[in-house]
Ligand binder design. Structure first.
Ligand SMILES: Cc1ncc(COP(=O)(O)O)c(C=O)c1O
Length: 483
């Protein structure tokens, strides 16, 4: 089967002249990004159309579909964001009700806003030791389902690599005749490879959510597979004509000029999986197991193991003595060791691995965390006191209660309020800790003292809090509340 990239290269080497968009005319002198511009075209003859695919794009989507085992797979050139928007819109009628975890990605809330949905929340499941979102069992979901719920939305794996019981939750949903949407943005590598050495901490990657019975599964292939940023897949089961509904909304939420560079990247990534997924996953497991083995003797720094983190691609680094915050570990790795991690949380620093990492990179990470561990040990011996303990049992604030529906609140006029004076007021905007982009408060929810304290803590730690602005001259932090 010819891949999209080869067909684009064939075109670029042919005599065919582009009297069409884009404006660079495939002239590589117009840019230093030569290869990308060579493949960047619009929907010309023989190159199909993402929004109404019947040729080479359909074939490419079918290849992806065979790999993941869905009824239908669509490409997204607008990330999992477009996938989540389309999945939620397709599954719940306008003004309807969806059951979801409060710790869902902001794209879920944006979908709820656009479709004027009522959100029913699963209970908050934060892991209080590492301060990372927890996961859900089938009983959690069953206990919160009622006749108003039209679909269930679960994030699995989480950003940090924890998985919910998707097979069990899918069964419960199907007994109720409603679809299960799984935001598996971080799990595109799941289900590949074999079961390798069982003696090792990680011997395989978890099963993919499509095979576990979910009805719509969204994968950001750019996050854990070799594909360009923005590329994603949406897999749909043959449940109640959902595939056609999802397509309808993808046409709305995606650009009418989808990038052939991005689509070729998706197709090449699928070809790579088709040919080399076993060695890709074997490399990933080898890298992750080496990290576990070589850091197992550390006294202070710990890497969360397979008992906590299901996904071997996620390396959750924390200081079990509480000497260092996640942000401090992240900062030292970046400033002193030139290792750029994915994100820092209150307690953890998160590194993402893939089968395309290098041994040199993995060795540098192991060496760096070992040296940080030694430094903490020295500090403890020198001071002979218990060091600045940030793990003093401070619990994350409970998610705030909603006073108003999200879509009503976000449409109302809001005003700037000093964060310290926001207690009891209704939020007019989202406040997100980024990454991972899970809202701390959504429009319509009420600020509490605990939440304000938690936000101040993140700001003090210099974490990236979106939706809070500081004024020049240091007059404080402001949020938006309803008038
Ligand atoms: C859980 C989750 N869902 C959805 C998304 C959106 O993915 P994308 O960046 O591919 O649009 C993200 C992005 O970080 C995410 O973490």
């Amino acid at each position: 089967m010819q891949n999209l990239y080869n067909k684009l290269i064939e075109l670029s080497e042919s005599r065919q002249y582009p009297f069409h968009m884009p404006g660079h005319k495939r002239n590589t002198d117009s840019t230093p990004l030569k290869g990308a511009f060579q493949c960047d075209i619009t929907e010309i003859d023989d190159f199909d159309n993402l929004h109404d695919e019947e040729g080479i794009i359909l074939e490419a989507e079918e290849r992806a579909n065979r790999l993941y085992g869905a009824h239908r797979t669509y490409f997204s050139v607008n990330g999992s964001t477009a996938g989540v928007l389309a999945a939620v819109s397709a599954s719940v009628k306008s003004g309807g009700t969806i059951l979801a975890a409060r710790g869902s990605h902001k794209s879920f809330y944006h979908a709820a806003f656009l479709r004027n949905l009522n959100i029913k929340y699963l209970p908050n499941k934060t892991d209080n030791e590492l301060k990372i979102p927890g996961v859900y069992s089938k009983d959690d979901v069953e206990n919160y389902l009622d006749d108003s719920v039209e679909a269930v939305f679960i994030t699995s794996p989480t950003y940090e690599g924890k998985c919910s019981d998707i097979a069990g939750i899918a069964r419960i949903c199907h007994e109720r005749n409603i679809p299960l949407i799984v935001d598996a943005a971080h799990g595109a590598h799941f289900g590949f490879g074999k079961e390798y050495d069982k003696e090792q901490e990680y011997s395989s990657v978890p099963q993919n959510a499509v095979k576990q019975g979910a009805d719509i599964v969204i994968h950001s292939i750019h996050k854990t597979l070799p594909s360009m940023t923005q590329t994603a897949l949406i897999h749909i089961s043959d449940y109640k004509g959902l595939a056609d509904e999802v397509k309808k909304y993808l046409r709305i939420y995606q650009t009418s000029s989808p990038s052939y560079v991005l689509m070729a990247s998706i197709d090449l990534c699928m070809e790579e999986l088709e040919k080399n997924s076993d060695s890709f996953i074997k490399n990933l497991l080898d890298y992750r197991n080496a990290i576990s083995v070589k850091t197992s003797g550390l006294h202070n720094i710990a890497i969360a193991g397979a008992d906590i983190i299901d996904d071997p691609a996620k390396v959750v680094i924390f200081d079990r003595t509480g000497t260092m915050t996640g942000k401090q570990i992240y900062g030292i790795l970046r400033e002193e060791y030139s290792l750029q991690l994915e994100m820092a949380g209150e307690k953890i620093a998160l590194a993402i691995l893939s089968g395309w990492d290098s041994e040199e990179g993995i060795d540098r990470l192991i060496q760096a965390v070992s040296e940080i561990d030694e430094k903490i040990q020295e500090t403890k011996i020198n001071t002979e006191t218990s060091v600045n303990n940030i793990t003093d049992g401070k619990k994350s604030a409970e998610y705030p209660l909603a006073d108003l529906k999200l879509s009503e609140a976000w449409d109302k006029t809001s005003e700037e309020t000093l964060l310290q004076e926001a207690n009891g007021k209704i939020s007019g905007d989202f406040i997100n800790l980024y990454p991972p982009g899970i809202p701390l408060i959504v429009p319509g929810e009420v600020f509490s003292e605990e939440l304000i304290e938690e936000i101040c803590g993140y700001l003090d730690e210099d974490l990236n809090v979106q939706g809070v602005v500081s004024k020049p001259g240091g007059t404080g932090y402001f949020v938006r509340t309803l008038k």
